[in-house]
Design a protein around this ligand. Sequence first.
Ligand code: GDP
Length: 195
Amino acid sequence: MKIKSAEIVISAVKPSQYPEEDIPEIAFAGRSNVGKSSSINMLTNRRKLARTSSSPGKTQTINFYRINNEFNLVDLPGYGYAKVSKSNKEQWGKMIETYLTSRKNLLEVFQLVDIRHKPTDQDQQMYSWIKHFGFNGIVVVTKADKVSRGQRQKHLKEIRETLQMKKEDILIPISAETREGKDELWSVIHEIFRV
Ligand code: GDP
């Protein structure tokens, strides 16, 4: 995919701030620190489109990026900080639910998990939420470079089992470090937009 333009449209906290639904959209979800920003930057060949290593206290926003004026790539707020308050968590839940249920042009949600760790309860919850709202849920396994080739299948199997993925559910290992998996991820994205 040739990226001619990639720019942030808005960091939204409520639906009235969402951009128009004039082009199709895909969204990325995942735990804080999973490598979401790095993955978005890798995909779009931009060093700093999405911020990396954002601080725990920062405002939780839904970030809309417009790519080639053809589609939006949406960065959903990360979850899983140990320190956030209960009301913060509730706010996060409402924000995600509102987005997932109201967005007409949203075609697919990608769930990012770290190859090194067994998916957490929140990862499982997010994945079943994605399914519940009628999306396939494409699992993107980040930081693939952090695990040796010999250990890889074992980790992928654990992720598949923990998330209770079916055989036909798609899982793509990627690395923002080595750029592995970039083409596979793009071909899945293209497939989604062809429908
Ligand atoms: P986010 O909070 O999900 O947006 O995560 P970031 O993109 O900020 O990444 C969190 C940390 O993981 C940073 O220190 C990144 O440099 C590191 N990281 C992200 N992706 C990779 C990867 O593919 N390989 C390695 N080795 N480190 C990564």
